[in-house]
Design a protein around this ligand. Sequence first.
Ligand SMILES: Nc1ncnc2c1ncn2[C@@H]1O[C@H](COP(=O)(O)OP(=O)(O)OP(=O)(O)O)[C@@H](O)[C@H]1O
Ligand SMILES: [Mg+2]
Length: 231
Amino acid sequence: MNNAVLVCEKLGKSFIQGGHEIKVLQDLDLEVAAGEKIAVIGVSGSGKTTLLNLLGGIDTPSSGRVLVNGSDLAVLGSREQDLLRNHSLGFVYQFHHLLGEFSALENVAMPLIIARRPWSECQQRARDLLTRVGLGARLAHRPSQLSGGERQRVAIARALVNNPLCVLMDEPTGNLDRQSALSIHDLIQELNEQLKTSFILVTHDNTLASRMDRVLVLQDGMLKPFQAQPQ
Ligand SMILES: Nc1ncnc2c1ncn2[C@@H]1O[C@H](COP(=O)(O)OP(=O)(O)OP(=O)(O)O)[C@@H](O)[C@H]1O
Ligand SMILES: [Mg+2]
């Protein structure tokens, strides 16, 4: 597919633990089209976070390959990989990974600062996104001064700040109350419509999953279309 933003081909990942090989992913294929929204569900330990880490180049596959916007991550040098990641992908981790020494505004602006955008632009864009996620009055707070749900919203704003082609989210609304979760759902919908951002969301939130174009289940190391069980 020409307009695929992310492709994985025959992706495999094993971990060696105590002399045993644990196969987490096996021959997994996936194509994410521009503007496509995909939910990935699966039981705890099925490999959802492992998959996102491979898609984002945070971890390397044991077999198979990952193409980000047509480029094979494995053949790029680490600097080129970083550039591609910085321009093409946004991440929301299962645990927020904010930088403790920096304010909410600086955390959100960080991908733009790394991309050497002018500071006024970084600040403006970070402020806009934090306002969008309901944190316009928390710009100067450090992560330790924010609630769990507020930290999660800062992490979401950070993932979106450089208008990535595709955003990878691991349980983005896991710690949020219903109201905040719904405002994140709306934000995802809006960015998807306005900017054609693709989303891959790992979620246990059925409402969020039902708003995606496709729901895939990670089971036995592979992705399968989700079929609701008859009642
Ligand atoms: N670095 C590692 N070394 C060894 N085993 C690992 C490593 N990372 C993950 N695993 C194993 O791989 C399996 C999949 O882990 P993963 O974190 O991807 O699951 P998950 O689907 O995200 O689960 P959860 O819903 O609980 O977050 C687990 O059995 C885990 O123990
Ligand atoms: Mg996980």
